[in-house]
Design a binder for this molecule. Structure first.
Ligand code: APR
Length: 240
């Protein structure tokens, strides 16, 4: 174990109030591409920029094209948790975590066993009729081809993910802020920290040690007590 991983192990051993703040880079080792890396979703070619497709306006005006992109690129239902997800769930079971705050919508933290997960951008595992609130599983969206109306009221079915132009859920944000403000060790990983308001939540951290684990540099590297440039699954997986 190299010196930085050893330093991280020491910080983890001496804390029982760890908060994890993660992004798409936490799931790339599960085979899900991130957004802004060279091989990321936003650097692939489509008729429209993906950030435009994943917007509320596009969802309302071009539902067929929205769901074609969403089904093709945003439903990795066979993906499995990797060593990062599993380690965080292990630490939660050991009573060491105040929570996992994630920008991801893949549900892999819960699949690994984490319970205190704050999904800032929602989840692909929940879909609701915007009119009557009826729940639909992700397989319904995967298998239904073109967008179909709610079978109860004929309303529009929408994935429970936060699209561009939409706000975050207040209860999720307050839960995430509480997990962050009550932590004494914050591990930020697998995120470019470029999308607000999510990225701004790390400002609520008041604890002793701020750690960053990211393959590429981020705007907050210089503010961190420990920066490890590498693969978060590998690094967390090497810790006890
Ligand atoms: N280990 C560590 N870091 C990684 C790994 C890995 N295995 N794989 C990728 N990374 C890093 C990349 O270097 C990059 O800095 O993860 C970061 C991913 O950044 P983005 O692709 O911008 O993803 P994210 O920060 O989660 O994006 C935030 O943007 O479009 C919105 O809603 C979307 O939630 C997403 C938000």
């Amino acid at each position: 174990m190299d010196a930085k991983a050893e330093a991280l192990q020491h910080l983890v051993d001496s804390s029982n109030r760890i908060v994890f703040f993660g992004g798409a880079g936490v799931s790339t080792e599960s085979g899900i591409p991130d957004f802004r890396s060279t091989d990321g979703l936003y650097n692939q070619k489509y008729d429209y920029p993906p950030e435009e497709i994943l917007s509320h306006t596009f969802f309302m005006r071009r539902p067929e094209e929205f769901f074609r992109f969403y089904r093709d690129k945003m439903l990795p239902l066979d993906a499995k948790p990797n060593r990062a997800h599993l380690k965080l769930a292990e630490w939660e079971k050991a009573g060491k975590m105040t929570g996992v705050v994630t920008q991801n919508i893949d549900g892999l933290h819960q699949a690994a066993g984490s319970k205190k997960v704050f999904e800032l951008h929602g989840s692909i595992h929940r879909n609701y009729c915007v009119k009557c609130g009826k729940f639909y599983p992700p397989e319904f969206i995967r298998d239904c081809g073109a967008p179909v109306p709610c079978c109860t009221c004929g309303g529009r079915i929408k994935p429970d993910v936060v699209l561009y132009e939409e706000g975050l859920d207040n209860d999720v944000v307050s839960g995430a802020v509480h997990a962050i403000t009550s932590a004494d060790l914050m591990i930020v990983a697998g995120t470019s920290l470029t999308v607000y308001p999510a990225a701004g939540l790390i400002r609520y951290f008041r604890g002793r040690h701020l750690v960053l684990i990211n393959r590429d540099a981020t705007p907050v590297d210089s503010e961190c007590d420990l920066v490890i440039h590498g693969k978060v699954g590998e690094i967390l997986g090497s810790l006890s």
